[in-house]
Design a protein around this ligand. Structure first.
Ligand code: 5RP
Length: 252
């Protein structure tokens, strides 16, 4: 579906040079304006979502928001929300959420996303897939023409069992796009990065366009050993972008 409306909602003086973190914070605070008392919220993960969670905690503390329940998309966000006194729940108790706010690694003109470079894509997809409204918050560096075309990673969460086998199958799936699949590691020792769900992540790097995103998604999910991938297709309902010329809010 095409993005149907675009409106500039906030402008920044041309003489002010903002850091990337400041832009993330502006986008996050703008998104929190959609939050109303009594809502059940999906709480995203990452350096941008962190500002939104922080703001929700602040408004709760000030009594400007009440009866909020959050469903965190990672252990990290869960810890942050607990430290801020945000009441938490889960999808077992709240299978439908009012609103989720989260960052993204790439956003295309149709509001399709790449997520998961922070490693939380599975819980993010579970939570954000059942929200009535999903607001994505980014600084303008995340905008791309085509997903996977930035030369950066397209993450896929896989089970640890025979991970090389699964990584090789993922790579061959996109041979025509010059795909290279790499196991995500952490620290200097090169141990595999382990997700909150005790899985591994394989990052796919493409030299050429991957073409039809839905077909790519289906092909990845058909592989036994794959748990989920970081393409969030047709899920975001609103995009908030903070850039040097201001903040824009786009709705689907
Ligand atoms: C984590 C994610 C994040 O939302 C994504 O990586 C964006 O992170 P940041 O706001 O730090 O740039 O998907 O799994």
């Amino acid at each position: 579906m095409m993005v149907s409306s675009s409106s500039s909602s906030f402008s920044i003086s041309p003489s002010v040079i903002l850091t990337q973190d400041e832009l993330k914070k502006i986008a996050a605070y703008k998104a929190v304006e959609f939050v109303e008392s009594g809502m059940v919220l999906g709480l995203g993960t990452g350096s941008t979502a962190k500002f939104a969670v922080e703001r929700i905690g602040e408004l709760l503390r000030q009594g400007k928001l009440q009866n909020i329940v959050g469903v965190p998309t990672s252990k990290m966000t869960e810890e942050q929300a607990i430290s801020l006194g945000i009441p938490l729940s889960d999808l077992d108790s709240h299978p439908v959420l009012d609103l989720a706010i989260d960052g993204a690694d790439e956003v295309d003109p149709y509001l399709n996303l790449v997520k998961g470079r922070g490693g939380s894509l599975l819980r993010e997809k579970m939570v954000e897939g059942v929200c009535r409204k999903f607001v994505v918050i980014v600084d303008e560096s995340k905008l791309v023409k085509h997903l996977g075309g930035s030369g950066l990673a397209m993450p896929v969460e896989i089970v640890p069992f025979c991970w090389k086998f699964t990584a090789e199958r993922l790579q061959s799936l996109f041979e025509d796009s010059g795909c290279v699949a790499k196991l995500r590691t952490c620290g200097e020792n090169g141990y595999p990065f382990v997700t909150d769900n005790s899985n591994y992540i394989v990052d796919l790097y493409f030299k050429k366009d991957i073409g039809d995103l839905k077909a790519a998604s289906d092909a990845i999910l058909r592989l036994a050993g794959v748990v989920e991938h970081g393409m969030f297709l047709d899920m975001a309902t609103t995009l908030i972008v903070a850039g040097k010329h201001g903040v824009t809010v786009k709705n689907k």
